[in-house]
Design a protein around this ligand. Structure first.
Ligand SMILES: Cc1ncc(COP(=O)(O)O)c(C=O)c1O
Length: 346
């Protein structure tokens, strides 16, 4: 009772303010969710889609979030359209052309990733939101990887919806995520889990926040820790978060070059499209090997023999195999040199 009923709200509000400042938004437009998938579920579950409407995504989207769109389309008779964004690609214009080229009169919502998961690209979300909203299409930005990796100003971005994880680059505990909703869209938005908030208004809170803040009895520890995670990481370097983001970006780019040279691979995208992750092709001898288990056997061996964990991906038709590196404050270039040697010996 002490923690959940008496103290929860007064502890959550300062965190909401810290998170809001971190992502360039007003606290009143932000609610907490347990992960980006839950944010996407809330948005798709609240849309009043009709048969014949179209929802748009890209071929670089995240499987769990794609599933939410597939299910919303199945439930309502809407059609899911997938804009095919090539990979490798030479410029961010290719992304805008693919997405805008897939918009029709019937497009109601577009989901675009801010930082793509398997391909590790920073999509030009500001331009995408501008072009989509200009055509009357609401945008849901899946920013799962964005806070802490790329600078954010959600108020200026002005998408209809933006969901993001704080348990990735902001290093909050798992279960810390947020959903930002533009004021004009808040009225119709319901959480994925409906609880007391629908008929329990609180002084000083918007109805939008009432509905989301109490999603049934749960452990809000991860949410309450998010502010301290942001504050702590922001004090590690003299230049704060900006320096941290820039350092991570530089290290990722350098690491990508080191690995590319060691494995004889060229870059798959311009460096300007990278944040703090880089996806690279696996050597030719790994290509064409069918998947045997839930995790690729080479990824298992890399971990078992060399104690390196990097995700392996299969992308495109015909399928090519890739791996993705990440760079954060605890990483150094020598680790990627070690990974290059490990991949050569695997
Ligand atoms: C682009 C993208 N969207 C959504 C997610 C889902 O995140 P979560 O499992 O925390 O909901 C991820 C996770 O890696 C992701 O990379």
């Amino acid at each position: 009772m002490q923690f959940l009923w008496r103290r929860y709200e007064e502890r959550l509000e300062p965190v909401r303010r810290q998170v809001a400042e971190f992502v360039g938004a007003r606290p009143r437009d932000i609610v907490f969710v347990t992960n980006a998938t839950t944010g996407v579920n809330a948005v798709l579950g609240s849309l009043k889609l009709r048969a014949g409407d179209e929802i748009l995504t890209t071929s670089h989207d995240y499987n769990a979030c794609r599933n939410v769109l597939v299910e919303a389309a199945r439930r309502t008779g809407a059609r899911l359209v997938v804009a095919q964004v090539p990979f490798p690609l030479g410029s961010s214009d290719v992304v805008v052309e693919a997405v805008i080229g897939a918009v029709t009169q019937r497009t109601r919502l577009a989901m675009v990733d801010h930082v793509t998961s398997s391909t590790g690209l920073v999509f030009p979300v500001a331009q995408l939101v501008r072009e989509l909203e200009g055509r009357g299409v609401d945008t849901l930005v899946d920013g799962a990887h964005a806070p802490g990796m790329v600078p954010l100003n959600l108020a200026r971005l002005g998408a209809a919806y933006y969901t993001a994880n704080l348990h990735k680059w902001a290093c909050a505990p798992k279960g810390a995520a947020m959903l930002w909703v533009r004021e004009d869209k808040q009225k119709d938005l319901q959480p994925a889990v409906i609880s007391h908030g629908n008929n329990t208004p609180r002084a000083g809170y918007s109805a939008f926040q009432d509905r989301f803040d109490w999603a049934g009895t749960f452990d809000p520890t991860a949410w309450l820790c998010a502010g301290e995670a942001i504050r702590w990481l922001g004090r590690l370097l003299p230049g704060g978060w900006r320096e941290l983001r820039e350092r991570n970006h530089r290290l990722a780019v350098q690491a990508g070059r080191v690995l590319g040279e060691a494995l004889g691979m060229g870059a798959l995208c311009p460096e300007s499209m990278l944040g703090a992750m880089v996806t690279l092709p696996l050597p030719e001898r790994f290509q064409g090997v069918p998947r045997a288990g839930r995790i690729d056997s080479e990824q298992e061996r890399l971990y078992d023999r060399f104690r390196v964990e990097v995700p392996f991906f299969r992308i495109g038709r015909p399928e090519r195999r890739y791996f993705r590196i990440s760079a954060h404050i605890h990483n150094s270039l020598s680790e990627y040199e070690y990974l290059a040697k490990a991949l050569c010996r695997l």
